[in-house]
Design a protein around this ligand. Structure first.
Ligand SMILES: Cc1ncc(COP(=O)(O)O)c(C=O)c1O
Length: 414
């Protein structure tokens, strides 16, 4: 049986433990296990935001584009995450949101495939996150018959779907419900062997598990930055294009700040080199300022420690759920093997929605997903082993006393 002392010993030996203080701590007694929905706020964010409002906007006004480096924030934030995602600094940029980046990179890939008339199909996961499906459906809708979609239901369906007509494949690296993760290197090789390209949605893996975008020759990827990466609500999302695929097509949304000669106000469009062409117009400076705070913390976090901590948290949670809650019907849904997991651990339990509400009332913030799973997000920079021990003990109490059956927990809010 794993005791609280075992967990405290693991935390005492954790090389990332000092970084926890760089984020705002939860109010006393609360345990946030929803890094997969919204990451913790960097402690320096309010002061940095005040500086941006007072010193930069109020005093510097438009000079702050350069004096405060507002203009370069998309590249600077992207580069700060390069080591974590196994990419080169010039292969990542932080712009807009995940959905927009999925849209623009899918269209970029389709543009590269356009010359080959046989390639007309986009493969996607029909049970994937809704926005991934919508982006593919949008491409088909606006493609005037040029593109069609082929959906797959499980990972086992991929090879049969990879016929010679495939132009692009869009996959979520880890499933948003079960956390089941694709083997990225193997998929890239299989898709490339059929002459197609892959766009990865890293929303549930970036900042938690090893990703080697360059080494496994990923073509395109996007990552949500307000989850594990703690860049803040509405933060710019990351977009990745492998270096040899850059400068090969126009961006899907050309705009003046993505122009090759952006400050000379040239009306004939010429894309800027590299990922700068993904910038459209004026960037969300105040969002960038907050995202920058998180990016600077991440650029000091050793990725090896981050991934090791996630493995340790995952093993600890799996064991605690088995030891303390299996007798009440709790069963882990996420794969136990580290190389098959994304960032969160999902488990089935009696009355999952109501149980999630009862956990919230007890100070444990997880998330419920239909039909019957609770997800605990294991953010390596902010979650401790002791947090998991306390969370699972509270879960055990709720299940043992059947408190989740109380009428006040039957209205499910998440
Ligand atoms: C897998 C996945 N992709 C995309 C998104 C949407 O991201 P955004 O709101 O930044 O477009 C989410 C949000 O939860 C997600 O889980």
């Amino acid at each position: 049986m794993i005791s609280i002392d075992d967990c405290l010993a693991l935390d005492a030996a954790d090389p990332l433990a000092p970084m926890q203080a760089e984020f705002v701590s939860p109010v006393t007694g609360r345990i946030y296990l929803d890094g997969n929905s919204m990451g913790a706020m960097p402690r320096g964010a309010p002061a940095r935001m005040t500086r941006a409002l007072i010193d930069e906007w109020s005093v510097e006004r438009r000079h702050a584009w350069h004096s405060a480096d507002w203009l370069d924030a998309p590249q600077r934030i992207g580069a700060a995450f390069a080591a974590l995602l196994g990419a080169a600094p010039d292969e990542l940029i932080a712009v807009d949101n995940t959905t927009l980046n999925l849209h623009r990179l899918l269209h970029y890939g389709l543009d590269l495939a356009r010359a080959d008339a046989r390639r007309s199909t986009i493969v996607f996961e029909r049970e994937g996150f809704p926005t991934d499906c919508h982006v593919v459906q949008g491409a088909v809708h606006h493609g005037a018959g040029r593109w069609q979609a082929r959906s797959i239901g499980t990972q086992d369906d991929l090879d049969a779907a990879l016929r010679d007509d495939v132009a692009m494949v869009l996959l979520s690296h880890a499933d948003y419900r079960t956390s089941d993760r694709w083997d990225m290197a193997s998929v890239n090789a299989r898709v490339h062997a059929r002459g197609a390209r892959v766009l990865w949605d890293l929303s549930h893996t970036a900042g938690v598990v090893p990703i080697e975008l360059s080494a496994c020759r990923a073509d395109f990827a996007v990552a949500c930055s307000y989850k594990y990466l703690s860049c803040g609500p509405g933060a710019p999302a990351l977009a990745y294009i492998r270096r040899d695929l850059q400068n090969r097509a126009w961006p899907a949304i050309p705009g003046w700040l993505g122009h090759a000669d952006r400050m000379n106000f040239v009306n004939d469009y010429q894309p800027a080199l590299g990922l700068l062409s993904l910038i459209t117009g004026t960037m969300p400076v105040l969002q960038d300022v907050v995202a920058d705070c998180a990016a600077q913390i991440w650029s000091r976090a050793d990725p090896g420690y981050v991934f090791a901590k996630h493995r340790s948290l995952s093993d600890t949670l799996g064991a605690l759920l088995r030891e303390q809650c299996a007798e009440f019907g709790v069963e882990q849904v996420s794969p136990a093997a580290h190389d098959r997991q994304g960032g969160h651990i999902a488990f089935r339990c009696p009355g999952a929605g109501a149980t999630c509400e009862a956990l919230l009332a007890d100070g444990v913030v997880g998330s419920f997903r239909q039909p019957d799973v609770i997800r605990f997000g294991l953010a390596p920079l902010t979650v401790s082993h002791a947090d998991l021990w306390h969370a699972v003990s509270r879960l055990r109490g709720i299940l043992r006393d059947e408190r989740w059956r109380e009428p006040r927990f039957q209205q499910v809010s998440v």
